[in-house]
Design a protein around this ligand. Structure first.
Ligand code: GTP
Ligand code: MG
Length: 199
């Protein structure tokens, strides 16, 4: 077993929409995806132990770009814009598809994706669509159920089992997470470490 990833430095690199504006493909990368307002930016802030590295939104659906962060000078975390926010116009939703799909299919340095879902609700049709899409392409993915602080321990256990059934995976694959209490932080860092340490 490798040691848990120790995050010493984190900085914003850039926002990008089109592949020609992404940073060069020089460092391994992990992307974070999930529904709008699910807690992606909070989760990244929690991982890197910085309150405001990534802007946490009061208004969901505002992040419409890919945001690249450099960690320890050695890899990137990428905050993907959230999907599934009903108030976003259909034209913007289809831009989301194009932007995220071209990133996930073309990025040669992508080591894996963290798929963030809300522990309080079963995976939505949008969640399942992205989940199957990413699995079909053989991209490594860790499913995370976040906002775990919002439900009881008993419910966490039963929601884990239900989500696993819906995603067709073993319940142990799921990381239970809370950006508020930092539950799951070490476990998720260990998973990322495996990807980043790989060849
Ligand atoms: P978009 O960028 O708009 O797609 O949202 P996001 O997925 O980045 O969510 P964000 O991190 O901005 O969080 C949305 C709201 O949920 C904020 O009010 C956060 O404070 C809250 N939140 C996020 N994670 C947690 C958590 O683990 N526990 C609790 N209690 N609240 C959380
Ligand atoms: Mg965000």
């Amino acid at each position: 077993m490798s040691e848990t990833l120790n995050i010493r430095a984190a900085e914003f690199v850039k926002s990008a929409v089109r592949p020609q504006h992404y940073p060069p493909e020089e460092l391994p990368e992990v992307a974070f995806a999930g529904r709008s307002n699910v807690g992606k930016s909070s989760l990244i802030n929690c991982l890197v132990q910085r309150k405001k590295l990534v802007r946490v939104s009061q208004t969901p659906g505002l992040t419409q770009t890919l945001n690249f962060f450099l960690i320890n000078g050695s890899f990137h975390l990428v905050d993907l814009p959230g999907y599934g926010y009903a108030k976003v116009p259909v034209s913007v939703q289809s831009q989301w598809g194009t932007m995220v799909e071209s990133y996930l299919t073309t990025r040669r340095t992508l080591r894996g994706m963290v798929h963030i879902m809300d522990v309080r609700h079963p995976p939505t049709p949008d969640d399942l669509q992205l989940w199957h899409w990413i699995r079909d392409r053989g991209i490594p993915v860790v499913p995370v159920l976040t906002k775990a602080d919002k439900i009881s321990t008993n419910k966490r256990a039963s929601h884990r089992v239900q989500a696993a059934a819906s995603l067709s995976i073993d319940p142990a694959e799921i990381v239970m997470f809370s950006s508020t209490t930092r539950m799951g932080r070490e476990e998720l860092l260990a998973r990322l470490q495996e990807w980043l340490a790989g060849p």
